[in-house]
Write a protein that binds this ligand. Structure first.
Ligand SMILES: Cc1ncc(COP(=O)(O)O)c(C=O)c1O
Length: 481
């Protein structure tokens, strides 16, 4: 008999019944079971796997129920037009980039933007100028960029056509978006926001604000990450000063011509849920998150970051105070220096708690209104019983770096022949593949940038401490021939 490795793997995972402190936002279906309509949908999902038959509209030419549902989405989030995406925020980021910029445009982008943004930059043949993310050295947590770097960069690159912002980052940290948008507008620079982790923003005043309400030109949100919607579903919202006909074209180009009605229905439901229940349910969730944060912090073993921990990390300026805000519906569970976030994630998994991700000193947990107090209780008990000795690991300090000089644009690298050389012999060469240590997940060298004495030493430093460095294999790196 032939095997079913994938099916068996998933079924085994389901049987383990881990507490899901991770995506998707519906938390094992509970988000659908919350309402009568959601329950009906949940019970009929497989029967709802249909195609564009009469009366059920067409995603690529919406005139009926899909159009109406997208209009409700648009009016809830406050966009000029909104779209359902059946290929995740990935397809939304592609659409944003392609419909806003043309070949050869210069854009400003965070150094550790999601790879869908970076891939779109290559495919659209854009000229990126990178803005450096900050690291909070007390907790070794990546922060967004600071105002001073932003102002410097925007002043030096007045010809940039746009800036792409990640809001929030994977840790739930948000930068001062109103400030960024107001400044960018003065320079006629468009602001595109990758809010993949922020589909719930604005539902309650205790949450960070929805970027459309702050004047972003375009916004992408993964419905599946935080709302009761199926994995792979996302929203694209269009704000002011965007050519909608271009968005119509590219959104259709990047989506399947056979969209899943299960996906579409779950997005309609996610919007309904957040509109009808969001305000109350997030009030309740944040209350529970805060109470349990205090309780866990009192164990005096771990530290869950709060708003008070997001002090300005720019350090060298009192002129530009950086106002970071935290999404209180996720935990950045920090271990002291000399202990391992990865080991803590593994410990939690053994204790049937599935966290979203870890880095060397942190575990990120994502909650939703469907996370129950008993789930938090389970987390508390596991952390209380955790033997700190078992989490010990040598501390590796994350070091700050300068962005290397760019000799070629990333799309130009794509068309060049490449070769593999020893890292130690690569000084002066043009890098062909991003070199990214995890943590902090911020590239040291990007394709098209030059390897130099300084960044090679930094890569060697991370390798020496057994940090995973993407782009380095057996001490070798890819360079342009
Ligand atoms: C910041 C960010 N943007 C975009 C994406 C892509 O989202 P999706 O998985 O919905 O395609 C992710 C996925 O993790 C992300 O973290």
């Amino acid at each position: 008999m032939s095997r079913l490795p994938l099916v068996d793997g998933v079924l085994t995972y389901i049987k383990e019944k881990n507490v899901p402190f991770c995506m998707p936002g519906h938390k094992g279906g509970l988000g659908f079971l919350k309402t009568a309509k959601g329950r009906e949908l949940y019970e009929n999902f497989i029967k709802g796997d249909i195609t564009e038959v009469d009366g059920l509209d067409n995603l690529h030419h919406a005139e009926g129920i899909i159009k109406e549902s997208q209009q409700l989405l648009s009016s809830y989030y406050g966009s000029i037009k909104s779209y359902f995406l059946v290929n995740g925020s990935t397809s939304g980021n592609f659409t944003m980039v392609f419909s806003t910029f043309k070949e050869g445009d210069k854009i400003i982008v965070e150094r550790n933007c999601h790879r869908s943004i970076f891939n779109a930059i290559i495919m659209r043949k854009l000229k990126p100028v990178y803005i450096k993310n900050k690291i909070n050295s007390k907790y070794d947590v990546p922060f967004p960029f600071d105002k001073e770097s932003f102002l410097y960069l925007i002043h030096e690159n007045k010809d940039a056509k746009g800036i792409i912002i990640t809001y929030p980052n994977y840790y739930g940290i948000c930068l001062d978006l109103p400030y960024i948008i107001a400044t960018a507008k003065k320079y006629d620079i468009k602001v595109l926001v990758d809010a993949a982790h922020g589909a719930h923003f604005g539902a309650n005043k205790l949450l960070p604000e929805n970027p459309l309400k702050m004047g972003a030109n375009m916004v992408v949100m993964s419905a599946h990450k935080t709302l009761p919607s199926l994995t792979q579903t996302a929203f694209l919202h269009v704000g002011e000063d965007i050519d909608i006909s271009k968005v119509d074209f590219y959104v259709s180009a990047f989506l399947s011509t056979s969209p899943s009605y299960m996906f579409l229905c779950s997005m309609d439901y996610a919007r309904f849920y957040i509109e009808e229940y969001g305000e109350n349910d997030y009030e309740e969730l944040i209350k529970i998150c805060n109470l349990n944060r205090v309780k866990i912090n009192k164990l005096d073993k771990f530290h869950i970051l709060g708003q008070e921990d997001l002090e300005d990390v720019s350090g060298n300026s009192i002129k530009y105070i950086n106002k970071y805000t935290l999404d209180l519906t996720r935990y950045i569970l920090n271990v002291p220096k000399g202990y391992s976030g990865h080991k803590l994630l593994e410990y939690l998994r053994i204790n049937k708690i599935q966290a979203e991700m870890s880095d060397s000193r942190n575990v990120v947990l994502i909650f939703s209104p469907f996370t129950k107090q008993q789930d938090f209780e389970k987390l508390y008990l596991a952390l209380k019983d955790c033997d700190m000795e078992s989490l010990k690991e040598q501390y590796v300090q994350i070091i700050d770096y300068d962005i290397p000089s760019q000799s070629m644009f990333p799309y130009e690298v794509m068309f060049r022949e490449k070769t593999i050389v020893e890292l130690k012999n690569s000084e002066g060469e043009i890098c062909a593949e991003a070199i990214v240590p995890y943590p902090p997940g911020i590239p040291i060298v990007m394709p098209g940038e030059r390897l130099d004495e300084y960044n090679i030493a930094m890569i060697i430093y991370y390798l020496k401490y057994n940090v995973t460095v993407l782009g380095v294999n057996d001490g070798k790196v890819a360079i342009v021939k």
